[in-house]
Ligand binder design. Sequence first.
Ligand SMILES: Cc1cc2nc3c(=O)[nH]c(=O)nc-3n(C[C@H](O)[C@H](O)[C@H](O)COP(=O)(O)OP(=O)(O)OC[C@H]3O[C@@H](n4cnc5c(N)ncnc54)[C@H](O)[C@@H]3O)c2cc1C
Length: 485
Amino acid sequence: MRKVAIIGSGIAGLATSIRLALKDYDVSVFEANTYLGGKLSSIEKEGFTFDTGPSLFTAPENIEALFSLAKKDITNYFTYRDLDESCRYFFANGKKIIAKKNVEAFANEAEKVFGEPADNIKKYLQNSNKAYQNIGELFLDFPLDSSLITKSETYKALFSVKFPYITKSLNSYNESSFKTPEMIQLFNRFATYNGSNPYKAPAMLSMISSLEQSQGTFYPNGGMISIIKALVQLAKEIGVKFHTNSKVEKIETFKNTVTGVLVNGKKYEADIVVSNMDIYYTYKNLLSDNKFAHKVLKQERSSSAFIFYWGIDTTFSELGLHNIFFSEDYKKEFQHIFEESILPDEPTVYVNVTSKFDKNQAPNNSENWFVMVNAPAHNDHNWEEQKEKIKRFIIKQLNKQLNTNLEDHIVVEETLSPLNIQEKTASFMGSLYGTSSNSKMAAFFRQQNRSKHYKNLHFCGGSVHPGGGIPLCFKCAKLVADDIH
Ligand SMILES: Cc1cc2nc3c(=O)[nH]c(=O)nc-3n(C[C@H](O)[C@H](O)[C@H](O)COP(=O)(O)OP(=O)(O)OC[C@H]3O[C@@H](n4cnc5c(N)ncnc54)[C@H](O)[C@@H]3O)c2cc1C
């Protein structure tokens, strides 16, 4: 049996461990933290439960695929509900809309509330869908190597999508697709799903809206953490061994072939090593390869986030599971994040409330709020200093939009800054999604999944191909496991 050492237990590390164990590899996962799951974790405080990282769950077929490969009934491990609305949007001018899953209903409502012709929205989503099917799936399901560039399917796919997808920024594409500022802003937001700037990122990212608006969003019963619980349970049942509190210090090599990992001063022999940790730190800390670490830095990091976890001692019927309170000047917000590397003065505020569905995640007549603003990747910022300022702004905004005095209702508070994200998950600069897609070629410059320099060394996770976010981490695991096998 060939031995595999996986460094890190994020979504991609766990999914890779399952795929390899099912192919009869002897798999051990080494995790620096005392808990498994990486960015996807949860906390409990005074009767409130909060998912601390990702909150949006799309493309459940990715997790289902693992259970069907293992010939297990997923419903014994993991269940979710299909949502009939994706998000509630509140605009600075006081207008609001619930984005219904039913495209017809959403488009008609947008026409009524903003005056955006319903056909514009329907056409946009049809085009995004087509682009996703033609090019998205090709790019996400194949390794990023020369075979992708030389494949005839790649050229066919590129020619099948509209020219502006390749030449325009997401914002300028949206400006030419919609006539109302609200719809432009709403569809610009999808660039943030991989930590990018809609004024720079390519129009190709409009495909993300198809994933959410056309295929739908879902809620894992028990919260996002139930994804990790299900994966870990399955992995253990099929023989994966987990070592928590086990920070890998070095990837051991001999004549440019990996021979194992060094953990707590002891060598663990392995035929294959898969690093699920951030690619920058893999090169810098585990391979002492400053040259390649430096190469990673040539690409702009994705944005990070500042998060408040608030226990609220009342309930708000205006809120759904996902809620966005847009800033007035979206362009300035991204200028602050990416060009000036400062926390925006007046950011867009995202509020996620899982107690809307899971009543046991908050005490009676209370709600568990996950309140997030986009932030620059960490770089010498003093987040403690920023915290009170941003809290004041968020409260002012939400008080206005929800007609309340929020400060009287916050009974529990925890926070997470970009620096905390870096410290807790070893994500360089606290980036949520590795590198950003702020250039047209960014997707092609991501680290490939197989090392070119060390035999039997592979990379998975949000900082490598095909990119960050839960669906892509699942896809990455498939690419890596298939390649190893
Ligand atoms: C606040 C926040 C909100 C997000 N929102 C969403 C969302 O709504 N939807 C979505 O799809 N995605 C979202 N994301 C992104 C998503 O969480 C990530 O893309 C995904 O979870 C990354 O998984 P990964 O496999 O790359 O591993 P990670 O989660 O990055 O885990 C890497 C693991 O490696 C471990 N590790 C690092 N160094 C070592 C070492 N030397 N030895 C051993 N172990 C080590 C770390 O401790 C960590 O557990 C969000 C992320 C954050 C932080």
